[in-house]
Design a protein around this ligand. Structure first.
Ligand SMILES: Cc1cc2nc3c(=O)[nH]c(=O)nc-3n(C[C@H](O)[C@H](O)[C@H](O)COP(=O)(O)O)c2cc1C
Length: 226
């Protein structure tokens, strides 16, 4: 038995985004167990539209080098738009609060653009994780439904990591280099990428792992009708 025997409540509350990993790889059996859990995610018409590429070892280093180069060359090739300038109102506030907590945990000052850049670039080395799961999908219409399915899969994957005593972080940042990733891994342009999940064992000494993001009370977003 590879899981930790946590209750559902414990798993949901323990999961958080990890931004500092130990280099120690995870056994193939445990990765397979997480993949088997994620496979049970629901999807529109049971399409199961997730095509998961797990990258580890030398290939992970090759991928990291390639996306780091693409980043330095400003060679951004996202399959889907993501622009923080589109946020408004409370969404700007929440995004700002998240950035503040993260950068403060790293000791990066508010106006320190270089420090922020270095912190953001940790995405490109997968925050030190020994593995990344890159979630590809077919493209249908405006892709919103399929995107939702990928989100269901991603969250099941993340909860399973927690259940196995592991940690992960979903990364839209990786999706900014979709063409580079497809090239390195030999993936057809037919398949699109929304985000990846770096995963491994959490580094208990990483300062970036001290933070725990809060949530609004449910009264802010739930409306009951009867
Ligand atoms: C689809 C998705 C993409 C994300 N992309 C990134 C990313 O590229 N880099 C990053 O540091 N965090 C990323 N995050 C993590 C969020 O910042 C994090 O989930 C949020 O602040 C809540 O914190 P928690 O996951 O610890 O509860 C992403 C989260 C999701 C769900």
């Amino acid at each position: 038995m590879t899981n930790k025997g946590l209750t559902f409540r414990e798993v949901v509350r323990l999961r958080k985004s990890c931004r500092g990993f130990l280099p120690e790889p995870i056994s193939k059996d445990m990765i397979n167990a997480v993949l088997e859990d994620a496979q049970l995610a629901p999807s529109n018409c049971n399409l199961q539209p997730w095509l998961t590429h797990i990258v580890s070892g030398d290939k992970l280093k090759e991928l990291s080098d390639a996306i780091t180069r693409a980043h330095r060359d400003n060679s951004f090739t996202p399959d889907f738009t993501f622009d923080e300038k589109d946020f408004y109102g409370e969404y700007i506030d929440r995004a700002k609060a998240q950035g503040k907590v993260y950068y403060e945990s790293l000791g990066v000052a508010r106006g320190d653009a270089e420090g922020r850049k270095v912190a953001a670039e940790k995405n490109l080395i997968f925050f030190g994780a020994p593995h990344v799961a890159l979630l590809f999908m077919p493209s249908f219409g405006d892709n919103v439904r399929i995107g939702g399915d990928i989100g269901m899969y991603g969250q099941t994957f993340l909860l399973s990591l927690t259940d196995h005593g592991l940690a992960g972080i979903p990364q839209t940042f990786l999706g900014m280099f979709a063409n580079t990733i497809r090239e390195v891994l030999g993936i057809s342009s037919e398949f699109k990428m929304m985000f990846g999940i770096s995963f491994g064992y959490a580094d208990p000494n990483a300062v970036s792992n001290i933070i725990k993001m809060g949530r609004d009370p449910i009264s802010n977003n739930v409306t009951f009708h009867q």
